[in-house]
Design a protein around this ligand. Structure first.
Ligand code: FES
Length: 371
């Protein structure tokens, strides 16, 4: 540990001292480095307004306090954004485009919060803290007891010079800003997990018509090719083929389409009925045509790879593998429950339709999923 820093500016020659290295280098014999570089010293200290005028110091103090206050407002705004800004709202930002209003509000408030503390600290240092340049001399790692004591004295002295004791407004505004700021991180951690899903994943567009208050009325929907948005006849589905399917109406949606598509995505395949080993799967199929949620029950990737010879569905993210002949049970990988099956039948024109909604939540498991 070196000794405490001390003000040596008075002992050291200023930059225009004749022993300045540039000067020495110029005067050294051509092509040779000077024998040694002299210490150029420190520039003369020029007092600032706040050093000379108490009014200016008070003005600076208020400015610093205002900046810390701005940080406090930013932090409070950050917390409030979680509750006041709707998560579905979006705003157009020139140069960036459409973005989520909640993200914009959180980002701006966090920026103000950090900027307030940063600018406040810089302004404080530039106007009120001592600005005399100091040097720290090299010493053995362990300082002598006198030096250690000198360090303590210096710290106390510097603390006194920073005027924290004399300026309670500055002290408390800084403490307020610094104490409150971690709340942004806490809220980010807790709030950033998003809101709880409740029964959102238990209801999809296959549920039919939404009546409000969490109630749905089941309405059979045609299975539509994605993205062609055309209905599928049972006769179109041959053994070995696989269709990416959405419920009728979803691909025409103008609002909430992405979320609706994400939850309702289904894979349609035809098996030889004699290959199906699960009675329930057979009951819910139509002539060997089965429909399963496309959303992996691990962490929600689309299960897009179908091996028609083994009748395995493969998730490309972490290789969970589902056996289509046995109710899409997991035979490999980290997923821990089968893909939910959609019960299907055909309408009077021979088009495939849903016979009931999914009986369980689609997608990854979560603690509110229920059965
Ligand atoms: S998301 Fe499918 S295996 Fe991980």
């Amino acid at each position: 540990m070196t000794t405490g820093m001390s003000d040596h500016s008075a002992d050291i020659a200023p930059a225009d001292h004749p022993s300045h290295p540039a000067e020495l280098a110029r005067t050294a014999p051509t092509g040779q480095l000077p024998a040694r570089f002299e210490n150029p010293g420190l520039p003369t200290h020029i007092p600032r307004m706040a050093d000379l005028d108490e009014k200016a110091a008070r003005r600076a103090e208020k400015q610093v306090a205002a900046l810390f206050g701005l940080s406090i407002l930013g932090t409070l705004g950050f917390i409030a954004s979680y509750y006041l800004v709707t998560e579905h709202g979006s705003v157009f930002v020139p140069g960036i485009g459409l973005m989520r209003a909640e993200n914009l509000a959180l980002g701006l408030c966090l920026a103000v919060s950090l900027l307030g503390i940063g600018l406040g600290a810089v302004h404080w240092a530039k106007t009120l803290m001592p600005d005399t340049e100091v040097v720290e001399l090299r010493h053995p790692l362990r300082s002598s007891d006198e030096d250690r004591q000198a360090l303590v004295t210096t710290l106390r002295e510097e603390g006194r010079k920073s005027q924290l004791g004399r300026r309670p407004l500055l002290k408390y505004s800084m403490l307020g800003a610094m104490t409150l700021f971690p709340a942004t991180l806490t809220w980010q951690l807790v709030g950033g997990l998003g809101r709880l899903p409740h029964n959102d994943l238990s209801t999809t567009e296959w549920n039919g018509r939404y009546l409000g208050g969490g109630k749905w009325q089941f309405v059979p929907k045609r299975l539509m090719r994605d993205p062609e948005n055309t209905p599928i006849k049972a006769s179109d589905v041959v053994i070995g083929s696989v269709f990416h399917v959405q419920p009728e109406g979803v691909l025409d949606m103008t609002e909430g389409k992405l979320e609706a598509k994400g939850k309702a995505a289904v894979l349609l395949m035809r098996l030889n009925p004699s290959d199906i080993r699960s009675t329930k799967e057979l009951d819910w199929s139509h002539d060997g045509i089965v429909a399963y949620s496309k959303i992996c029950t691990h962490v929600g990737c689309p299960v897009g790879l179908y091996e028609h010879q083994t009748h395995h569905l493969l998730c490309p993210c972490h290789q969970s593998t589902f056996d289509v002949t046995n109710d899409c049970h997991v035979i490999f990988g980290p997923a821990n429950r089968p893909l939910p099956q959609l019960k299907i039948t055909v309408d009077s024109e021979g088009y495939l339709i849903s016979a009931q909604p999914f009986e369980e939540a689609v997608g990854p498991s979560f603690w509110e999923r229920g059965s």
